[in-house]
Write a protein that binds this ligand. Structure first.
Ligand code: PHE
Length: 351
């Protein structure tokens, strides 16, 4: 673990071991060049605490690029609560209260939001301890769920990818595989279906997959068949690293565009996709809709304004695909160049 921290290019890691629940808590602050950091709070069980720390670090880096890609002046961070087993009820609330006090002690250097394994209600509990969290609107007593906005951003990204790959963004006659029907996968399945595509769903929870399939008019597939399923668009909307040295050779899609964070196992997978002629919508660009929406939603911004910000993702992807084509590089590399430019400008401004 010490080696991992020593070799990390990020800024710092806040660590706490929560005695009552046996939870390792890590807040990874990756880069505050563009502003105070903002990133989701993930709750999950991990094989070891080191795996949790590594996840926090990689996700924090992704958030830095997500803000840079959006042109929003926030820095990248993520927190992970590595619970030994699922925690519910009062014990869960007490854990989030303690976590909230930890966040409060950072005095704004980090702000949290919902992520895999945490709900708007959980964020509401954190907000009872600190103003530096988004997810629950205490004024109107309602959840602020970024999921549908993330889905809307991915949908726009799919349209840009369809235009680039096929010359038309018509979803009729197109086949889309959505892996994971959670907070984003479900609303995404609905809009893609409404646009006219044939939709196939997978989820580790097969009962849930079947229920959602019936609700939206889709088919289901066993989770392990996701990678070899022939389709136009593969949309990873669950865990990360599903696009890797093992899956890329067998993928039978033309486009990868989904909401999961850290979809590539390693940066080289972006080039592997490119070499196979599979168009990749870089994850931190295409899945930034929730991030684009959440801070302004909490401030009570106008809904039309928020939707406009989310819809801008489609144009950003058009530019990235065009740059990739002109420079003969992968879209993953083009996106990286783009956010590196934004960060370099930010550093210059800061002096
Ligand atoms: N967890 C989501 C994401 O990674 C939504 C989110 C955005 C949460 C910004 C907090 C801050 O984009």
């Amino acid at each position: 673990m010490l080696d991992l921290i020593a070799s990390w290019p990020g800024e710092f890691v806040v660590t706490q071991f929560d005695q009552p629940t046996g939870t390792w808590i890590f807040i990874a602050i990756h880069d505050s060049t563009l502003g105070p950091t903002l990133g989701g709070v993930r709750m999950k069980t991990y094989p070891t605490p080191v795996d949790a720390l590594r996840d926090a670090m990689r996700l924090a880096e992704g958030m830095t690029y997500k803000w840079a890609g959006l042109g929003i002046d926030r820095g990248g961070a993520k927190s992970v609560l590595a619970v030994p087993h699922p925690i519910q009820g009062e014990e869960r609330r007490a854990l989030f209260h303690r976590f909230g006090r930890l966040v409060a002690s950072l005095r704004g250097a980090y702000t949290g939001g919902p992520d895999l394994g945490t709900t708007p209600e959980d964020l509401g509990t954190i907000q009872e301890e600190t103003e530096y969290a988004h997810g629950w609107d205490h004024e109107h007593d309602r959840p602020l769920d970024p999921g549908p906005y993330t889905a809307l951003g991915v949908f726009g990204g799919m349209r840009a990818a369809l235009r680039h790959a096929f010359g038309s963004d018509d979803f009729h006659g197109r086949t889309v595989l959505i892996q994971g029907v959670g907070d984003v996968g479900l609303p995404l399945a609905k809009v893609v279906r409404e646009a006219g595509a044939t939709v196939t769903l997978t989820d580790v929870d097969q009962v849930r997959a079947a229920r959602v399939a019936k609700e939206v008019g889709a088919k289901t597939l066993a989770p392990e068949q996701a990678y070899t399923h022939k389709c136009d668009i593969y949309a990873p909307c669950a865990v990360g690293a599903t696009v890797n040295a093992k899956t890329v050779p067998v993928l039978a899609c033309r486009i990868v565009a989904g909401s999961a964070n850290n979809q590539l196992g390693e940066p080289a997978d972006g080039d592997r996709l490119h070499a196979r002629g599979i168009l990749y919508a870089p994850d931190y660009i295409v899945n930034a809709g929730g991030a684009a929406a959440l801070p302004s939603l909490s401030k009570g911004a106008d809904e039309a304004d928020v939707v406009k910000r989310v819809k801008a993702i489609e144009g950003t992807l058009d530019e990235i695909f065009a740059e990739a084509k002109a420079q003969r590089i992968s879209p993953a590399a083009a996106a990286q160049r783009r956010v590196d430019r934004v960060l370099a400008e930010g550093r210059k401004r800061r002096g």
